[in-house]
Each structure stands twice: as structure tokens, then as C-alpha cells.
Ligand binder design. Sequence first.
Ligand SMILES: Cc1cc2nc3c(=O)[nH]c(=O)nc-3n(C[C@H](O)[C@H](O)[C@H](O)COP(=O)(O)OP(=O)(O)OC[C@H]3O[C@@H](n4cnc5c(N)ncnc54)[C@H](O)[C@@H]3O)c2cc1C
Length: 437
Amino acid sequence: MRHIAIIGSGPAGYYTAEAAQKQWGDDVSIDIFDMLPVPYGLIRFGVAPDHQSIKGVTRRYEQTALADNVRFVGNVKVGQDVSIPELQGLYDAVVLATGAPRDREIGVPGDHLRNVFGSAGFVGWYNGHPEFAALDPDLSGHTAVVIGMGNVALDVTRILAKTRDEFAGSDIVGHALDSLMTSNIRRIVVLGRRGPHQIMMTPKELGELGHLSRTAPRVDPDDLPELADDALLEPGIRKAVGHLRTFAAPPESDRADLPLQVEFDFFAAPRGLIGDGKVRAMSVERTRIEDGRAVGTGDFYEIRADLVVSCIGYQTSPIAGVPFDERAGRFANDEGRILPGLYCVGWARRGPSGTIGTNRPDGFGVVELIAQDFPAGGAKAGREGFDALAAERGLDVVSFSDWKKIEEAEQARARDDAPREKFVDVDDMIRATSLAD
Ligand SMILES: Cc1cc2nc3c(=O)[nH]c(=O)nc-3n(C[C@H](O)[C@H](O)[C@H](O)COP(=O)(O)OP(=O)(O)OC[C@H]3O[C@@H](n4cnc5c(N)ncnc54)[C@H](O)[C@@H]3O)c2cc1C
């Protein structure tokens, strides 16, 4: 019997379990650890609450989770409750699927001011991540600046822009919905160092921004390259740029009466945040593109910024004893192998890019590596060994059936128009596991 520990229950973790099942059938035993009592990583805490159909992918992971040889081991933080060497002593292979939960820093003076957030925190707040549920962003100001030209920046902008009715069917957590419904924000500036042709936004998400009731996004026509140049773009980006052209078309007067202005500020690099305790403005330098890179022009200006959310990428959290590539912000690995017996997949392997499905081949790839490194199963203690260790340490492990109780309790307390009201506190999650069947 082969014993595999997968650390992280997001897409990369479940795709790895699925691949291992396909490869070894009943001849493998898989424990999927997560530091939280609830599974699925960014499907629960990253993917936007108003994109429920995307979250439907968890039904596939549940099929994997319910197999006899797969176990969810929730509420166990690897590196804290149990170490990597301990797991290596118990399992033939340890696969890190811990994602990239830390924000890349803006790295400009003033980025420590109040009401300046990274997207991990801000998205975690409206999605009910226990670590960020108490973030309490101040939405009483007039202007929000969202830094970044990817889909996360679009998610944040859309969430800040929506009306109560537009949240129907979403699972945005109650505390965020209440706060957003009393928001005074009247202007959102989406700011990026490069230009329309360098965006990382997908057409569907960009198009969605054009259908909101309170706003009509605005792009400065002067920022757009010649139409003929769009032909050189990859089809997805070309379509997305088409939406930007649509946003540039209507006359200014069409937007004047709308309660919220959403403006794209291209070729704009943040150089400093200004405020006295709390942020109130941003210093910006105009850029131009040279060899695909944004370089400063020396032309500076200031914009109002009562709230700043930077959506410029993420990094993996190091774990004691695991080689880490500081520059790339992920575990040091060769195609997923850190060293024989220790592997990584998903964002912990590749960094924060691609869609949910991009993580799937990682799972299959790593299973091949494990098969090469360990052609036969070893004689490790596997899950029984871990259970003994957990009992000795008094760990409060949450199983998959415990999670199903949490899920049921969240569904039972949902608003009328919502699929669930998430618990945002780990203690509340644990309490729900002891509710009667
Ligand atoms: C804001 C946002 C929105 C997104 N929206 C979309 C979308 O609409 N469509 C799409 O296709 N993709 C989307 N993505 C991308 C998608 O979420 C990722 O590709 C995917 O979640 C990465 O999977 P992963 O398993 O590598 O990491 P994660 O999903 O982050 O999972 C990592 C897991 O590891 C656990 N963990 C971390 N450290 C430890 C530890 N020390 N011990 C135990 N457990 C640990 C975490 O709790 C977490 O459950 C979005 C991403 C973000 C950030």
C-alpha cells in the first residue's frame, strides 16, 4: 500500500488525489490535510461569491473525497501542528498543494497606511476567510483605487459596484454585504502600469463589468492602440480588448447621471500612498511601454484614494525545512519535485496563474514522479500513524463528514436568496460539527 499526504484541499490537492486514485486504485491511501476545517481553498475563499456556477467544480472534488481510500484531515496546519519531517516519516510521498495565500506587496512608501489592502485580505473579507473576516474596510470615502489588470481586480471592482439585487444568488458573507450596502464609494479607478494590450483580464469577466446597473465603465480612447493592432493579439485578449473599446465609445454625457464612475487608468504606476494614518491619495507616474515593460516617464500626478486594494499577485507561504525560491515566491522545485518523497502542485508549484483547470495536469504529473521515485509502496504507517500522533497532540481533526455538517448548517442559516451563509469563525465551524445528525 502506498501512503500519500496531500497538504492543501484546493483544486491542486483534489486533482492530485484524483490522479493517484486513477493510477493506483485501491492500492493507495490518501490523506488530504487542510489548516481550515472546510475544504476547497480558493474555490470557497477566492472565486467571487457572485460566480456560483464556477464553484460547482467542488461536486467533482466531492466524488474524489467520498472514496474509501481518500480522507479529509481538516483543521491541521502543516508546519505548525505537524512538521514536514514528521509527515515524511509516516507517508511515502508528501505533496504540497498549499497555494499562494500571501499578497505580493505594492512596495511603495505609505503602503502600510490604514485602508490599504492586498486582494488576499480584501477578497478573504467578502468571502468569509476566518483570517480576514474582521478586516472591516472603511467604505465611507468617495474614491477606491484598485491596482492591477487581471481578473482579481475585476472581481474586486464588481463587488464594490454591485447593488443589493445584483448580489441575489451569491454567497457573499453577511458582514460584507451589510458594509457594501452602506458604501459611499462613488468612483473606482482601476489602475495598471501597462496598456490595454497587456491586460490579463478574460473577456467574460470584463464584459460583465459593462452590464452593471449603477455604472458604465470608462476607458480613455487615447489609451487604446490602433484598432488594426488588435489582430496581433491572442484571440481571448483580443475579445477582452474589444470590451475596452466598447467602454471607450459612449460620450461622457452618457455617464454623467450614473451614481458610480468606474474608470480605467492605463500606463499608470503607483509611486506612493499619501495620508495621515489613513490613506487619502495616491501618487502616480505615467508610464510608456518599452519592449513590453512599463517604464516611468517622469510625469507624476495625484489621485484621490480613500480605499486602496492591490491585486498584483500572490506568493506561497514558506514551510520550515522546505526549499523555497524567494524570487519566484514558491517552493523550489523541478517540474513538481522538490526532492524524492516531497513534491508540490498548483500555485505552490507554478505561482499564481491560470484557471482552476490549469491545476489538473499538475496532479497527473506529480503522480508520475511519485511512481518513478517509488515504484513499489513502502512500509510506512500512513494514516494510522498520523491518527496516533494527532491523538497524542490532542489535535481537533475535522473529517469530511464533519465538513458536511458544517455545510448543512451554513445552508440552513442562509439568506432567502443565498445558497449558504458561511461561518467566518473557526470555533463556529467546529461547533457545527457536533450538531446532531
Ligand atoms: C480572488 C481569486 C479569484 C479567482 N477566481 C477564479 C475563477 O473565477 N475561475 C478560475 O478558474 N480560477 C479562479 N481563480 C484561480 C483559482 O482559484 C486557483 O487556480 C486555484 O485555487 C489554485 O489552486 P491550489 O490548490 O494551488 O491553491 P488553493 O486553492 O489556494 O488551495 C490551497 C489550500 O491549502 C491550504 N493550506 C495552505 N497552507 C497550509 C498549511 N500549512 N497546512 C495545511 N493546509 C494549508 C489552504 O487552506 C487551502 O485550502 C481565482 C483566484 C483568486 C485568488
